[in-house]
Design a protein around this ligand. Structure first.
Ligand code: HEC
Ligand code: HEC
Ligand code: HEC
Ligand code: HEC
Length: 165
């Protein structure tokens, strides 16, 4: 019977699968990291590695302890709840040792536009402008104090410059 003779093909095929599976088991031992699966479906050693990354953000309390004048100004304005490092970037190095690094002043044409460029996706009540129409390339801090941005507020630059709101 020809059907019976052809069964040997199936055995060879199954044999190949068994060999492939054994190769897989051997390779697996070498490529799966040692601590994998200790706590779950991830590498347990990754926790220590991530925790060892140097801390980059100091947190706003750190900034406020030295720059209390700016913290006071900011607390009275619309940016009260925008943290220092949201604008100045991660500054743990500066906060730990101010003499080791002086922060560069942010470029307001980039920074302010990041949050205030008008977009239909933003809530209607959020203050937004089209930077090109609004001030035609003049840096924002010429008229707005970044730490208290309202024009004509008692802490803002507009008050001194006689700006109107
Ligand atoms: C331990 C005190 C201390 C802490 C904490 C600190 N600063 Fe400073 N900061 C200073 C001193 C002192 C200077 C002036 C240093 C200089 O001019 O080189 C300075 C300068 C700066 C400047 C530059 C001023 C300029 O005229 O260009 C910025 C911006 C600044 N700090 C922001 C921050 C922010 C944001 C934080 C929080 C992440 C912070 N600082 C935390 C003491 C501190
Ligand atoms: C909304 C963004 C924003 C926030 C929030 C902010 N800053 Fe600034 N800050 C700026 C910009 C922009 C300048 C540069 C202004 C310029 O070039 O005249 C600046 C300047 C400074 C300076 C230099 C001195 C000065 O008055 O120009 C210091 C110091 C400083 N910031 C510290 C702080 C600290 C501390 C906080 C948090 C309490 C903070 N900033 C929060 C945007 C911000
Ligand atoms: C990280 C986001 C962020 C950045 C960067 C930022 N702002 Fe703001 N700004 C805010 C928020 C949040 C408010 C408060 C909005 C509200 O009250 O609904 C605000 C409010 C304002 C207002 C309205 C003030 C008022 O009382 O009507 C002005 C003007 C303003 N910002 C100007 C600036 C300028 C100029 C810069 C750059 C120096 C800047 N902002 C950078 C988030 C930001
Ligand atoms: C030449 C001065 C000047 C410059 C430069 C300037 N502004 Fe203004 N800005 C004003 C005045 C004046 C107002 C108040 C207008 C009003 O209340 O209708 C204002 C209002 C705003 C408001 C509030 C809008 C609202 O709906 O409440 C935002 C946000 C703002 N500016 C962001 C910026 C940003 C971001 C920059 C830099 C890209 C900038 N401004 C540069 C003068 C200026």
């Amino acid at each position: 019977m020809s059907g019976f003779k052809d069964v040997s093909h199936l055995f060879r095929f199954a044999g190949l699968f068994v060999i492939a599976f054994l190769v897989f088991l051997v390779v697996r031992v070498y490529v799966v990291p040692k601590s994998f699966g200790e706590y779950g479906h991830y590498r347990a050693a990754a926790i220590g590695e991530i925790a060892a990354h140097p801390i980059k953000f100091a947190g706003h309390q750190a900034c406020e302890s030295c720059h209390s004048d700016i913290a006071d100004t900011k607390a009275k304005g619309a940016h009260a709840h925008v943290n220092c490092e949201a604008c100045h970037g991660a500054l743990a190095t500066h906060a730990n040792d101010p003499s080791s690094m002086t922060p560069v002043k942010p470029d307001t044409l980039v920074l302010c536009a990041r949050c205030h460029t008008a977009s239909a996706a933003k809530p209607k009540g959020f203050p937004q402008v089209n930077p090109a129409d609004h001030m035609g390339g003049v840096p924002c801090q010429t008229c707005h104090n970044p730490h208290s941005p309202a024009i004509g507020s008692d802490t803002g630059k507009g008050a001194a410059a006689g700006g109107t709101k």
